[in-house]
Design a protein around this ligand. Structure first.
Ligand code: ATP
Length: 362
């Protein structure tokens, strides 16, 4: 009897302790796991939010500024663009329409209005927010803030007077860039990428191409479009079909075409190598070139031309060649070739590339 009483008492104590441990574990777990909501993700300096009840639909207007000197609201954006009138449109991409507007304080901005129904747009939106809002570098496009109204989302960027690099290289034949300006742009992109890759938590841009490089009034390069940017310190990966879709197939390294799906810094280096060839040869990387009667891609063409010491013939035909120093041209293309190596591990780091580029004068 006495023995049975002890067994029952021990069992009661045991189950009580088990119950207590369960409750403690449950609370600890709840406290540690952050709620992922826009509010907790915003790396912002100022935010405002207003809520309007429209019959049964709740519309939340939310805006945030990463610049302490600027404040936004949907009302201000609507006023600045005459309610997003077409006359303010300066371009469009896969994620929405871009408007040029002047804010009430006189600052000119580019407003990217994301397609409301694009699921990918929302992911892009937060990727750009979280990444760009935190970064400050002269070669990384500045994002001033964002405005949201219900499913309407707008990113507010620094406006770049000279538009995108691909405009200067391919879209408007009357526009040309000198050799020196091209080198300055290459150095700027290398510097920006080197900065991203050297962060405590390195960031792989994943979408380096001439459309994603913008030029300011002074032709300094600014890297933009961080929609696919990824930290590489975790196991984040994405489907290769998605990267093929958005990264620009011709800038994509061979390992991605062979099925690799994780974000890597070496992939950015490869894309940068293609960009280097594109900038000084004026060739579109997505179009084949005729070499010895055969159509080849830009990398194969460049390798064969360099093997035959034909680096001067690689330079954009629209460029004046007088004053160009052959040794610099050769050095430049050799760096591009290293970056565009088929073998991932043979590519230099962006920090090394930037150092190698420094002696080439602009
Ligand atoms: N900050 C900016 N300053 C000046 N012009 C801009 C700016 N942002 C975008 N534009 C203009 O809007 C166009 C579209 O830009 P956006 O970034 O939306 O698309 P994209 O990068 O060209 O295409 P995708 O997003 O499909 O890769 C650009 O080509 C450029 O003409």
């Amino acid at each position: 009897m006495d023995y049975a009483f002890h067994v029952i008492a021990a069992a009661c104590v045991f189950f009580f302790l088990l119950f207590l441990a369960g409750i403690i574990t449950f609370w600890l777990f709840r406290c540690r796991k952050p709620k992922i909501t826009p509010q907790t993700q915003k790396p912002v300096s100022t935010t405002t939010a207003t809520t309007t009840e429209l019959s049964s639909i709740k519309v939340v207007d939310q805006s945030a500024s990463f610049d302490p000197n600027l404040e936004f609201s949907m009302t201000e954006l609507r006023e600045a663009t005459k309610d997003f009138s077409p006359e303010f449109i300066i371009g469009g991409g896969s994620f929405g329409t871009v408007y040029k507007a002047q804010l009430s304080n006189g600052v000119t901005v580019a407003i990217k209005r994301l397609n409301p129904d694009a699921f990918k747009g929302f992911r892009e939106f937060w990727a750009e927010m979280v990444t760009l809002g935190m970064l400050h570098h002269p070669n990384i496009a500045k994002i001033f803030g964002y405005c949201m109204s219900g499913s309407d989302r707008h990113l507010i960027y620094e406006f770049f007077q000279n538009g995108s690099l691909d405009r200067w290289l391919h879209l408007e034949p009357t526009l040309t860039l000198s050799w020196g300006t091209r080198i300055q742009i290459v150095k700027g992109v290398a510097n920006g990428l080197s900065f991203l890759h050297s962060l405590d938590k390195p960031i792989a841009h994943q979408n380096i191409k001439s459309r994603n490089v913008f030029l300011d009034f002074d032709f300094q390069a600014h890297i933009t479009d961080f929609g696919l940017a990824r930290g590489i310190d975790n196991s984040t990966s994405y489907a290769s079909t998605q990267s093929a879709d958005t990264m620009g197939y011709c800038y994509m390294p061979p390992e991605y075409k062979e099925g690799l799906t994780s974000a890597t810094l070496e992939a950015d280096v490869y894309s940068f190598g293609i960009l280097m060839f594109e900038i000084t040869t004026g060739k579109r990387p997505n179009l084949p070139t005729l070499l010895d009667g055969k159509e080849v891609g830009i990398v194969e063409w460049a390798r064969k031309m360099l093997a035959q010491d034909k680096h001067m013939q690689m330079v954009d035909t629209s460029l004046r060649k007088d004053g160009l120093i052959e040794a610099h041209v050769k050095e430049y293309f050799e760096i591009a070739k290293m970056c565009a190596s088929e073998v991932r591990r043979e590519r230099p780091t962006m920090a090394m590339v930037f150092q190698l580029l420094i002696p080439i004068p602009t």
